[in-house]
Design a protein around this ligand. Structure first.
Ligand code: DQA
Length: 145
């Protein structure tokens, strides 16, 4: 099983970016923790980050037929991107939406996710553990697909 983890804009800054909200864990730390959990399960992890909406769209398109599930922290594009929503729909790859913070407990503009309706489900508010919980969710959606 192969799971594609995609991270959107500014997540490359984790560790120093608003640590009171996002913690001090870096994206590299999170990737290492995800890989450590996945390896004994025999799961291959492809872990990427981009600040560019179009690059994320391309990666989601390319996941069709090559990844069993996508775990997506679309970051700010969550709240704005019809393009990402359409890419998820077109790819037909089961996708789990994740966030470090609880977007529903923050500013009102973060309460709306344009991708939620085309994802299998959403995990938000557990810091780096959102990424680890998402591994279980991705396995579950693949097994039940
Ligand atoms: C985020 C929440 C988004 O609202 C924000 O724009 C981010 C990170 C999170 O993981 O909590 O960049 O996706």
């Amino acid at each position: 099983m192969k799971i594609l983890y995609l991270n959107g804009p500014n997540l490359n800054l984790l560790g120093t970016r608003q640590p009171e909200i996002y913690g001090r864990t870096t994206l590299a730390d999170i990737e290492a923790a995800v890989r450590a959990k996945a390896i004994p399960l025999g799961i291959t992890i492809d872990f990427r980050q981009s600040n560019h909406e179009g690059e994320l769209v391309t990666w989601i398109q390319q996941a069709r037929g090559t990844a069993d599930a996508i775990v997506l922290n679309a970051a700010a594009y969550t709240h704005t991107s019809v393009a990402l929503r359409d890419a998820i729909t077109s790819s037909e790859v089961p996708t789990v939406e994740i966030h470090l913070s609880n977007i529903h407990a923050r500013e009102e503009f973060r309460h709306r996710s344009l991708i939620a309706g085309v994802c299998k489900g959403q995990i938000a508010g557990f810091g780096m553990h959102s990424y680890l919980l998402a591994l279980d969710a991705a396995i579950t959606v693949k097994v039940n697909a």
